[in-house]
Design a protein around this ligand. Structure first.
Ligand code: GDP
Ligand code: MG
Length: 349
């Protein structure tokens, strides 16, 4: 699960990234660099895992992980320029995008409205995707002249993409197109799920007026600079600031939950004395596929999934008690895994 942090220059991308990772600049052990980009692997705090680790006292406790990428902005040029390729090229590798929108007075003057900043970047992405579609269509034309045929479904799909993009609409407006397996390889920017992070001044808690809020878009407000400063404090010091600024949930935790939501991810758990582990999967995943996430042998030899919900286990106090109360179910391959399911796969090898 990798999310790219995007936004106009000076929107506060680096600041938000630092707030998320808790480490400004080069320090911090979780960052890695690639081609001027920074990648942070973040542990997803989950008190359900904490509870299970207490219950099972396992040798190893494994939380879910999520990655945030801050793309390289070295020489980031205008749309269509050569250096733009690096920035958007890195963004293309991400599963979803976090768009930072500036809502503070900064070195580049007063903020414009979120509408303006949002649509400026949106149009940049739409333009980018349109270029990709047109290039591919030209390629198909050339190939056809040489007697090479594309898969028959491809040209009409590309045509539909072009129609939408030419109207200035993002591909995510057509969920069928955005999720078509045939188009996956194009890694279209405007098809990616997106979270908008409005970056406020320290003193402002509210969402600014936003006339044309993009429909169905996940939106949160953070105070990037403040959160970055707090992320660097000692726990005692930060507690004071969190209270003074009425922050009940850190930007990191809020961004993580939104990231799970826009990517339709949930977690199931496996437990035992060796390991307690969280497994992030797509929602609506059948048990057989979830088994495959753990190990291909378990998928191949799948017999049944023994399932109890976290809440039931917690309420009963032990697996044994949950079983006695009839709360442990035996489910088949087709069972749809729910968030918080604790699963013991039974399988043959
Ligand atoms: N007042 C205020 N300044 C901020 C905030 N976030 C970023 N800045 C400042 O805005 C400038 C640009 O931020 P930066 O994170 O480098 O933006 P980037 O170009 O998108 O990476 C820097 O001088 C930051 O200190 C914020 O929430 N409030
Ligand atoms: Mg920056």
């Amino acid at each position: 699960m990798k999310l790219g942090i995007i936004g106009l220059p000076q929107a506060g991308k680096s600041t938000v990234f630092a707030a998320l990772t808790g480490a400004r600049g080069e320090k911090g052990g979780t960052d890695s660099f690639q081609k001027g980009a920074r990648l942070a692997t973040i542990t997803v705090a989950d008190d359900r895992i904490d509870f299970l680790a207490d219950m099972y006292a396992p040798e190893k406790t494994t939380y879910a992980k999520i990655e945030y990428l801050l793309p390289s902005e070295v020489g980031r040029g205008a749309s269509g320029s050569a250096s733009e390729g690096e920035f958007w090229g890195q963004v293309r590798t991400c599963d979803a995008l976090v768009q930072v929108v500036r809502n503070f007075e900064g070195p580049v003057g007063s903020p414009s409205t979120p509408d303006v900043d949002f649509s400026k970047l949106e149009q940049e992405m739409i333009f980018n995707d349109l270029m990709v579609v047109e290039k591919r269509m030209e390629r198909i034309d050339l190939d056809q002249k040489r007697g090479k045929k594309p898969p028959p479904e491809e040209p009409p799909l590309l045509q539909s993409c072009r129609q939408l993009l030419e109207k200035g609409m993002p591909l995510r407006h057509s969920p069928e197109l955005a999720s078509d397996p045939m188009l996956k390889g194009f890694t279209f920017l405007s098809a990616k799920p997106r979270l908008v992070v409005v970056n406020n001044e320290d003193e402002t808690e509210e969402m600014p007026a936003w006339a044309q809020r993009p429909e169905g878009m996940e939106l949160i407000v953070v105070r990037g600079k403040l959160e970055m400063d707090i992320a660097e404090m000692s726990p005692e010091e930060s507690e004071e600031f969190l209270e003074a600024y009425h922050i009940t949930e850190s930007a990191l935790d809020r961004v993580i939950s939104s990231s799970f939501r826009i990517l339709n991810r949930i977690c199931f758990f496996t437990v035992g004395s060796d390991e307690v582990k969280a497994w992030p999967i797509r929602s609506r995943t059948p048990a057989l596929e979830a088994a495959g996430a753990v190990h291909s042998d378990i998928q191949q030899g799948f017999i049944r999934a023994e399932v109890v919900s976290f809440e039931d286990l917690k309420a009963q106090g032990s697996f044994k008690a949950a079983k006695k109360a009839g709360l442990v179910r035996l489910e088949g391959k087709e069972y749809t895994v729910e968030d918080g399911d604790i699963i013991n796969f039974r399988f043959n090898v």
